[in-house]
Design a protein. Structure first.
Length: 284
């Protein structure tokens, strides 16, 4: 008797057992692994094509949109694969006709989606906690030497205080943070207040030794550049956040469908395509 003639053992699970956590966890691990590989591939491509400019000045909205579409494709592939694995791995129910099969399998697919999403959020939170340490200025710590969003306009601050005169490093850290807060206020609905602008002009003149007219022109140019950089950063953040949410919702839909498809293949309701019979034997 050959391997192809040996009947396959079928494990039957009671129909009332709706949740099979081992298959759900296996599907979650598969989805997370596929997502990790695809994100690593995207990061490698992104590093090779992204601009090396220290600001958002050269950020392309087309590249941001393409990144969002890649998030969508990654969600469809990873969630779909993980949910299908969960549907196929669960033991058969032994019920000839089960009208609730698609619903129960869809719920298991949503559990795979939820667990994989929580795992991704946990990893993103860990990265977010490390980001401030990597982005914060090296000179000192605390609110007096750093301000949220300063890395977006870091190069604009360099241009603002560029000059032959060098202020002490400790004083300069606070001066940069103070100037950053004023420049960031320029992107608000009110814009930069006249008294804040006048103070910034005096601050630049005192640090760089420029005359008031020259300091005023520099503040005007740098303010416009900083406002454009902040606008681009805000637009990029909105697009990526929207695409991430859309990818999550699409992932939930594909997880529901893929888990149901895996369940129908498991129960023999639908024929498994030949291309999907990985490592299985078929009777002749």
């Amino acid at each position: 008797m050959s391997l192809t003639d040996t009947p396959a053992a079928v494990v039957i699970e009671p129909a009332g057992s709706n949740i099979h956590w081992s298959s759900i966890i296996a599907g979650t691990i598969a989805a997370a692994a596929i997502a990790l590989v695809l994100h690593a591939f995207a990061a490698a491509i992104g590093i090779s094509v992204s601009s090396t400019a220290p600001t958002w000045r050269d950020a392309s909205l087309a590249l941001v949109l393409l990144s969002g579409l890649y998030l969508l494709v990654t969600a469809l592939i990873s969630y779909g694969f993980g949910a299908y694995v969960a549907g196929r791995l669960r033991p058969r129910t032994g019920v000839a006709f089960d009208e609730d099969l698609d619903y129960r399998e869809g719920i298991r697919g949503l559990l795979v989606w939820a667990l994989a999403t929580l795992l991704t959020a946990f990893m993103a939170l860990a990265v977010a906690q490390m980001a401030p340490r990597l982005a914060a200025p090296s000179g000192g710590s605390g609110p007096s030497t750093s301000v949220a969003g300063e890395n977006i306009i870091a190069f604009d601050l360099d241009r603002l205080f560029r000059g032959e005169r060098r202020a002490p490093q400790g004083d300069m850290d606070y001066t940069r943070a103070e100037a950053a807060r004023i420049l960031l206020s320029g992107s608000s609905h009110r814009g930069m207040l006249p008294e804040d602008r006048s103070y910034l002009v005096r601050l630049v003149s005192g640090v760089t030794g420029l005359a008031q007219p020259e300091a005023d022109r520099r503040v005007t140019a740098v303010s416009e550049s900083a406002r454009d950089n902040i606008k681009r950063a805000r637009q990029s953040g909105v697009i990526l956040a929207f695409m991430a949410a859309a990818a999550a919702l699409a992932g939930a839909a594909i997880a529901w469908y893929a888990a149901g498809l895996g369940g129908r293949h498991r129960e023999g309701i639908e024929t498994i395509p030949d291309a999907w019979r990985w490592g299985t034997y078929r009777r002749s």
